[in-house]
Each structure stands twice: as C-alpha cells, then as structure tokens.
Design a binder for this molecule. Structure first.
Ligand SMILES: NC(=O)c1ccc[n+]([C@@H]2O[C@H](COP(=O)([O-])OP(=O)(O)OC[C@H]3O[C@@H](n4cnc5c(N)ncnc54)[C@H](O)[C@@H]3O)[C@@H](O)[C@H]2O)c1
Length: 424
C-alpha cells in the first residue's frame, strides 16, 4: 500500500544525531528517503556531503548515499508526507518542571496534520514520556478523524543506540515496536525490516517504558559509584579499592566505576518517568548525586589546596562521553563554570568538540590542578600523564575520577602518581 502522493519510501524529520544516521542507513539499504530539518546549516553540510558531527563510519555512508541520489532534503516538515513512512527523530528535552518538553513534536504534528492521508505511518523514534504515542494517535483522530491502526498507522520505535555505534547497533539491537491499534506494529515492522536486527512487537506504553527505563537503569547504576566516591572521601577510604573489594570474585557484585555521568539522554530521560512516579523523588535523588560530582571534585581540590583564585586549572575534556564530540548536557561545562566562579584561571582542552579549546600543551603548561573531565582515549594514553608530570607546575594535583592511568586515586599529586608507576 502506498499513499496517493508517495514519492519516497521514508521521511526522517530531524536530522540530528539519531535522525541523520538513520536516514543515511535507510538510503544505504536502497530506500528512497526524504530528510527534513529546519536548520539550514545542518542541511547545507549534508548537501555538501559533510557529516555535521562525529559518528563512526557515517561519513563514508553519507558519501555513498550522496552519489546514489536516494536522499533528498527539505526544510519543510510538510514535505515529509511525500513518503509513506514518516519517522520523527526530533529532540525531546525536559522542562525544569519535571515534565517532557514536546514542543518540537507538537509543532511537527501540526505541520503534518493537513497533509497526512490514508496509508501513512507515523513513527516516533524520539524518546518520549509514557503515554505520548497514544497522545499522538489521539491527536490525529481528534483533528482528522483517522482510524489509527487501519487507515493511518502510529507506533513508537525507540532509538536505543549509543553515540558512535549507530551503524553497528542498527543491525544488532532488537528493534522494539509499539504500534497503536490493529495493524500499526505490522506496517512499521515492514520499514524496519530494512535492517538485520530482530523486531520485537509490544504495546506503545511498554515500548516507551522500556526505552526510558533502560536509560534510568544506566543513570542509577552510575550514581551508585559516584555516591560511593563521595562517601569514601568522607571516610578517607579509596573508592577504587572498595569497588575492587565489592566486585572481586563475587557473583553478586558488579558495581560500576565513578565518573561524570550526564549527556543529553541520561540527564533528562529520568524526568519522563519522574513526571508521574509512584515514588516521587527517588530518581531526582539519583540525578542530584550525578549532578553533584563536579562540586564534589571542586571541594576536594579546595580541601587540599585552599583557594583557587588566580591559580591555573587545566580541564581535559568537554564532551559528555569518551570518544564523542557531543557536549550537550556535559558536566564538564558545569565544572568549568564552577571553577570560574572560584576565580581560577581555567584552561580547557578537548580534541573532539566544536567549542574552541586550547591545545593540550597550552592547557597543562604550569597548571597547578588538572581535572580529567572526559576519559577520551587520547587522555588514557600513558604519554599524557608523562607530559603532565613534565609540563604542569611542580606537583600538580591531578583529579581523575575515571582512573585513566590505573593509579586508583581520585586526587593525587603528580609525584605520587609517578611513584605509583601510574600510566607505565
Ligand atoms: N543522541 C543520542 O544518542 C540518542 C540516543 C537515543 C535516543 N535519542 C533521542 O532521540 C531524539 C533525538 O535526539 P538527537 O540527539 O538526535 O537530537 P538532535 O538535537 O541532535 O536532533 C534534532 C534535530 O531536529 C532538528 N529540528 C528541531 N526542530 C525541528 C523542526 N521543528 N523541524 C525540523 N527539524 C527540527 C534540529 O535542527 C536537529 O537537527 C531525542 O528524543 C533523544 O532523546 C537520542
């Protein structure tokens, strides 16, 4: 079945970190694709055959798709109706009111209302609060009278990939589809059968819960070692040794390592559950633990060195996660803001991100404190620590919650790290 006006197989609305690799992957599998984004700079980059952000392997796919002619681009959401399947990959931030911000999705729905017709399927790929897929179906019925699941199809097919692994995981991670009404699940499964991943059919709300709770699980799992790190400082204990004691040969162990836990998904997705939580506050507490890691590290530095006014502090990393250029909701930015409020002279280096930063050499030169805010692979290189020991100020205080160099010290002076043989 096709809609009367179909000129393409699938449209993807929102060519961001989820939408662009997805659109490219559909086109690379032979589907004709309409990519829609209201950011002319982003569209310009794609038109020129240039990935606007890092995603492993995506540049080569973009080049292939470019020469195939199977991807057309538009700034108008209504043009998405030129395809039978319409996938929404718009951002879904949360308001500070502990509530999903659906403005982008509502605006796209309003743009589509007049152009949707029988045979169209609308797929929410964005992460959404429980009940949103049924809301979208209800909205289409309310305003256009469609019978969802028979005439027009609506489903949630959550994106569960990790940044940097899109092209691998699109073919391997089970593709969850929660369709509304009798046939939406089956119709949307036809689209995702373009990929090798197994398809798992469920209800819309179960698909929504599965996605956000997968992120809640990770966010909570990382909060525990972060809280333990803070407790260890109070008890003058070593968090890495305690973690080793918990996990070593213990079948019920498995606590993660501490670090800066944030990023655009983990930081906000818990709020979608917290909106109507049966235990209000529990996940907010998890969030507060992760959000207070920069403050904990800052206070740890001040306990050791006193005031940071006019002292050089090097921060390595601005991205929210190792090996990515994605800075959205990164706690490294929060750390930098807090250091600046201490009147420190902050020098930041990150080899991946778009925000301008100074060179590694410039950042570490004469630094009295160095914080590893992102555990980029470049920083884990033992030569990084050797360079810090050589070029930072004598006995620079190194703050490394990631244990990049195996020294197992959150706070340590370079002389201690060298004595421990760290990074060797
Ligand atoms: N980034 C990830 O790793 C990831 C992983 C899984 C799920 N998600 C979820 O996927 C969704 C998208 O995330 P993202 O990281 O790709 O977001 P993003 O901000 O990178 O992409 C959104 C895109 O939509 C465009 N846009 C915004 N409003 C528009 C409009 N009205 N019309 C057309 N285009 C518009 C923006 O220009 C941008 O390119 C979110 O719900 C997110 O929670 C993200």
């Amino acid at each position: 079945m096709t809609t009367s006006q179909s000129t393409a197989d699938v449209s993807v609305i929102g060519l961001g970190r989820v939408g662009l690799p997805l659109a490219l992957s559909f086109a690379d599998r032979g589907l004709t694709v309409i990519g829609v984004d209201n950011d002319p700079v982003r569209l310009g980059a794609v038109r020129e055959g240039r990935m606007p952000f890092e995603e492993s392997g995506a540049q080569e796919v973009l080049e292939r798709v470019h020469s195939s002619g199977r991807l057309s681009l538009s700034e108008r959401v209504a043009d998405a109706a030129g395809a039978r399947h319409i996938v929404i990959t718009l951002g879904t931030p949360s308001f500070s009111h502990i509530e999903i911000d659906m403005r982008d999705i509502r605006s796209a729905l309003d743009d589509l209302l007049g152009v949707l017709g029988a045979g169209h399927s609308l797929i929410l790929r964005s992460t959404v609060a429980p009940g949103t897929t049924e809301f979208v179906a209800g909205y289409l019925t309310k305003h256009r009278g469609f019978e969802i699941g028979e005439e027009v199809f609506v489903a949630h097919a959550p994106e569960r990939i990790a940044a940097g692994r899109f092209l691998e995981e699109i073919d391997t991670l089970p593709c969850i589809i929660g369709g509304v009404g009798a046939r939406s699940g089956e119709v949307v499964a036809e689209l995702f059968s373009a990929f090798a991943a197994p398809i798992v059919q469920t209800t819309p709300v179960q698909a929504e819960l599965a996605k956000i709770w997968a992120n809640i699980l990770r966010y909570t799992q990382f909060a525990l070692p972060n809280l333990l790190m803070m407790d260890c400082e109070r008890y003058a204990a070593n968090v890495f040794e305690v973690i080793d004691l918990i996990n070593r040969d213990y079948p019920r162990g498995g606590i993660a390592q501490p670090g800066f836990t944030a990023g655009t998904c983990l930081r906000k997705d818990f709020a979608f559950s917290e909106e109507r939580s049966a235990a209000p506050g529990m996940l907010l507490a998890v969030s507060r633990v992760n959000e207070s890691v920069p403050l904990f590290l800052l206070e740890g530095v001040k306990r050791r060195l006193g005031s940071l006014a006019d002292r050089k502090v090097a921060v390595l990393g601005l991205a929210f996660k190792a090996g990515t250029d994605d800075e959205r909701d990164s706690l490294a930015h929060k750390l930098v803001r807090m250091l600046e409020r201490e009147l420190a002279d902050v020098a930041v280096h990150d080899p991946h991100v778009a925000t301008p930063t100074v060179s590694f050499e410039e950042a570490i030169d004469g630094a009295e404190v160095l914080v590893v805010a992102t555990d980029h692979p470049e920083f884990r290189d033992p030569r990084t620590l050797a360079a810090i020991a050589e070029h930072a100020s004598r006995d620079c205080l190194v703050v490394d919650p990631w244990n990049c160099w195996g020294a197992a010290q959150v706070f340590a002076y370079t002389s201690e790290l060298v004595a421990l043989g760290a990074g060797a």
